[in-house]
Design a protein around this ligand. Structure first.
Ligand SMILES: Nc1ncnc2c1ncn2[C@@H]1O[C@H](COP(=O)(O)OP(=O)(O)OP(=O)(O)O)[C@@H](O)[C@H]1O
Length: 323
């Protein structure tokens, strides 16, 4: 009898996610049933609906695993409702970018993913949380948050273009913004040290925008973030960095940006600067980013041996200056 026999799974699916098809869902459910799981499928109908589905489901049931069928936005919404639940989260990566799934080495082949679910190996991850002045409850994110350029991009992104071109839509929006108007600089404080930035990327993972490695380490296993602070916006620099990322080279040292690690990040400005996390708009500055108070269990292959813990440092040597 398989290890997964009798496991009760809730599969929450975003049917608007980049790589969803009805046929793919039918096949995936059959694969899960084939390994002995009892699967309940719920389709979302609007943004935020997956949080409501999971909350009301957990009030009445105790599933063994909740599967997030979608991209990073759907995963974050489901995690938001699961923080105190004893069950594990699994990923069915059918989104456009699927950054967290790439980061955790979740198989993109559905049969292999079902086999991973059958084995049930778990990792714990430490989510981040973003709190704005208008929120009473912080919003969780599992992969990354971006303030400034990233927030403007998500605010200006055409959903139709995203549906048809996937990640290319973000590049088009970034170049449009970079060429159209000067973006206001704002203040980002990383563990008390203040920097002037036009974009701050605060990440648990190594990857950004899909398969591109932006940082050396993934910090999912500890209450810290990798932080990239872009000090000025130069379209040529952005194109150059994209080429380097495409070639899977990490950003080189450059006076235009600083890379460091930190635990508490505060962004502020006299006028509101937009922020996104895991690909969705999250409000405006002033805002504060810290680690969530609880860990989350995720079905994933075992974590590769981690390199030594990075201490707070800067690749451009500028993190000690106050701006
Ligand atoms: N039925 C729905 N209709 C409209 N929006 C939805 C629906 N279900 C979920 N959403 C929203 O769609 C947004 C994007 O979803 P998701 O992250 O799953 O897919 P994606 O954008 O294709 O993938 P990725 O985040 O990996 O690029 C999320 O904000 C989610 O709340």
């Amino acid at each position: 009898m398989s290890q997964s026999a009798g496991r009760h799974l809730l599969l929450v699916v975003n049917p608007t996610a980049g790589h969803y098809t009805e046929q793919r869902l039918t096949n995936f459910v059959q694969q899960l049933e084939h390994i002995g799981c009892d699967v309940q499928v719920e389709l979302t109908r609007r943004q935020g609906h997956s949080t409501e589905i999971v909350r009301s489901y957990l009030a009445r049931n105790t599933p063994d695993i909740i599967i997030a069928g979608g991209g990073d936005g759907t995963i974050a919404e489901i995690a938001q409702a699961m923080m105190k639940a004893p069950c594990a989260l699994a990923l069915w990566p059918i989104g456009s970018a699927n950054v967290l799934a790439r980061e955790l080495h979740i198989p993109f082949d559905d049969a292999e993913n079902a086999a991973l679910l059958a084995r049930g190996t778990r990792r714990t991850v430490w989510p981040g949380q973003i709190t704005t002045a208008e929120q009473t409850t912080p919003t969780l994110f599992l992969q990354m948050a971006g303030v400034g350029l990233d927030g403007w991009i998500v605010q200006n992104l055409s959903p139709m273009l995203k549906k048809h071109t996937g990640r290319v839509a973000y590049v088009i929006a970034a170049l449009q913004l970079a060429l159209s108007r000067p973006l206001p600089p704002f203040k980002t404080r990383v563990d008390g040290i203040s920097h002037r930035t036009v974009l701050s990327i605060i990440s648990k993972g190594r990857l950004y925008g899909g398969p591109f490695a932006l940082f050396h380490h993934n910090l999912h296993h500890q209450p810290a973030f990798s932080v990239l602070l872009l000090h000025r916006l130069n379209p040529l620099l952005i194109i150059w960095q994209m080429i380097m990322m495409r070639l899977k080279r990490r950003p080189s040292s450059n006076p235009a940006f600083t890379i460091l690690t930190g635990e508490t990040i505060i962004c502020d400005h006299t006028s509101p600067i937009p922020a996104q996390s895991d690909g969705d708009f999250r409000g405006v500055t002033p805002l504060r980013i810290t680690s969530a108070p609880t860990l989350l269990k995720i079905i994933a292959p075992p974590q590769p041996v981690a390199p030594s813990t990075p201490s707070q440092r800067s690749t451009s040597g500028r993190n000690t200056k106050r701006r």
